[in-house]
Write a protein that binds this ligand. Structure first.
Ligand code: FAD
Length: 529
């Protein structure tokens, strides 16, 4: 059987099941929140369906800053609960998925006259460490700061505070959680949208779904429904006449070659202009710079993108900290922006709005939104506590592990083992069995292995080229021109599995070029493509 038939058959089987039964739980939204809910419910033996209107992690969960952090800055807002939960979940993720969630040390330059100063930061860091049950932060004098971060030289630099957090690949984190949910029997379908809710006696009892590829509609029965649609969550709630909850905030990022800003740690700073937090750190062979925090007025159906003013803002922050770097637009490889589902607490300053999540039962629709990547497990349990009576299932919170231990093969080098374990978890050894040595090489200029493309094309529900290059792998962000310089080999590796044919590839290339130009490049660079 051709590989495309394998994927198409899997999808057809999933679609065929939609109406064949009443689901204990339908999860709407295939970001980290939905993936977490599906995983937690499937592990408890619930019959679970998850649907995502576009691609898995297409929403905010592939466009975050990719930090698995406790949220030091939320301490400043007095949000101790969010910080405590996040710190604990960060520690758990680093234990359970060490290849995917990796420690990252942060350096915060202490400059005379700039706020927050050394003592305030240190007080926060003592609390932060206490929450994690460790003592990891310290103050580095000027000499040590210069060794730790060569080139870091904002005006009036006196030294730096150094502390620990963690980083990940957000879209792969979603895939790993989905993989665990599938292992426990969940059905997960991308490119299937929830069109409307079905009500009986004023209570949600199902929903109408639409397959975005065929246009076919399905009436689905559900004992419980979780709305995990992130920044889109108010839309389904509007069907029930509920008042909007969310204030969409846009955060944008730049990626530049690591050689242009060769940091080994994350540099965390407060922007000179307005005191908002900005950071930069080494990610996947590049340096990632982010983020802004602005009210997003754009249409949520259209992917968010960075504005010229945000590019200037981020470059200004970097050049303040690294004056010799003289970083400019010509250095930018790619850009991306995400919209944060922040719960509107009526505060004027966007960066002070709460990052905690909200969970609500409205006529049987359980909405779970806000929050962070880091806390998906706790958020999921909050939602299941409300969904359980509807689903007719017992529910108790627990501390069970989320991730099955990763696997590898004895012939792999440490680098390959670590890489594939991070991305494919317990399936790594099976998915990359008999990989030709050539495919275990990295793609020049990245840390991505060629085999990752083939595995994704064969096994990870890739429908469009952007699914493959922007979310299953991140080549579209890491390489100039969205990675299209490598398209000949990508096509040769993936075509046996995707079987798009020549016309299919040219349609996909056209779509991808337009997407990269409009949403992942410098704002005025569209003309280059
Ligand atoms: C700029 C930025 C930086 C961030 N940085 C961090 C960070 O470093 N660390 C951290 O922990 N958190 C971070 N966050 C927060 C974190 O990314 C989000 O809280 C998280 O990704 C939200 O996940 P989600 O699943 O709720 O939403 P999403 O990932 O947006 O998923 C919702 C999904 O629902 C789908 N959907 C919508 N409507 C429907 C429908 N009708 N039918 C089917 N599917 C539908 C959408 O297509 C979307 O894919 C950041 C957020 C932003 C914006």
């Amino acid at each position: 059987m051709g590989a495309v038939n394998h994927l198409a058959t899997q999808r057809a089987q999933g679609l065929a099941q939609l109406q064949a039964q009443a689901w204990d739980l339908v999860v709407i939204g295939g970001g980290i929140t939905g993936a977490g809910v599906a995983q937690q419910a499937a592990r408890r033996g619930w019959k679970v369906l998850l649907v995502e209107q576009r691609d898995f992690a297409w929403g905010t969960s592939s466009r975050s800053s990719k930090l698995v952090h406790g949220g030091l800055r939320y301490l400043k807002e007095g949000d101790i609960k969010t910080t405590l939960h996040s710190v604990r979940e960060r520690e758990r993720l680093m234990r359970e998925a060490p290849e995917l969630v990796q420690p990252l040390s942060f350096i915060y330059a202490d400059c005379k006259g700039r706020k927050p100063g050394r003592w305030l930061m240190q007080t926060g860091l003592v609390l932060y460490d206490l929450m994690a049950g460790q003592r990891s932060h310290f103050y580095a004098n000027l000499e040590r700061t210069r060794t730790l971060a060569p080139g870091l030289n904002p005006p009036q630099l006196r030294g730096a505070l150094v502390f620990n957090d963690a980083k990940t690949d957000d879209a792969r984190l979603v895939q790993r959680v989905l993989m665990e949910a599938q292992k426990d029997g969940a059905t997960t379908l991308n490119y299937v949208a929830a069109q409307r809710l079905t009500l009986r006696d004023g209570q949600v009892c199902g929903l109408e779904l639409q397959d975005a590829l065929s246009g076919q509609s399905y009436a689905v029965r559900a004992r419980s429904v979780v709305n995990a649609t992130g920044a889109w969550a108010d839309r389904l709630r509007a069907d029930l006449g509920a008042k909007p909850l969310l204030r969409p905030l846009r955060g944008s990022h730049l990626l530049v070659p690591h050689a242009r800003l060769p940091v080994q740690h994350s540099i965390s700073m407060m922007h000179v202009r307005d005191g908002r937090p900005v950071f930069l750190y080494p990610w996947e062979g590049c340096t990632l710079i982010g983020t802004t925090d602005l009210d997003h007025q754009g249409d949520l159906n259209v992917e968010a993108c960075i504005t010229p003013a945000e590019v200037d803002y981020l470059l200004e922050a970097v050049n303040d900290q690294f004056p010799q770097a003289n970083l400019g637009r010509a250095d930018v490889i790619s850009t991306y922006a995400g919209v944060r589902p922040v719960v509107d607490d009526g505060k004027g300053d966007a960066s002070k709005a709460t990052r905690d999540h909200v969970v609500k039962d409205e006529s049987g629709l359980i909405t779970l939104t806000g929050g962070k990547l880091t806390t998906f497990r706790l958020m999921a349990q909050d939602a299941l506590a409300l969904a359980a009576p509807h689903a007719g299932k017992p529910f108790a919170r627990d501390q069970a592990v989320v991730f099955t231990p990763s696997t590898g093969r004895p012939e792999w080098s440490d680098v390959v083992r670590q890489r594939l374990a991070a991305r494919f978890g317990y399936r790594a050894a099976a998915l990359a069995a008999q990989a030709p040595a050539d495919d275990l090489q990295t793609i020049a200029g990245t840390q991505t292995l060629w085999i990752e493309l083939a595995i994704a094309a064969r096994d990870e529900a890739v429908v469009h080229l952007d699914d493959l290059l922007l979310r299953r792998t991140r080549l579209g962000l890491l390489l100039p021109r969205g990675g299209l310089d490598q398209i000949a080999r990508i096509q040769a590796l993936c075509e046996p599995h995707l079987q798009w044919g020549e016309d299919g590839w040219s349609a996909e290339l056209q779509r991808y070029r337009a997407l990269v130009a409009a949403h992942y490049s410098l704002p005025r660079d569209g003309a280059r493509f």
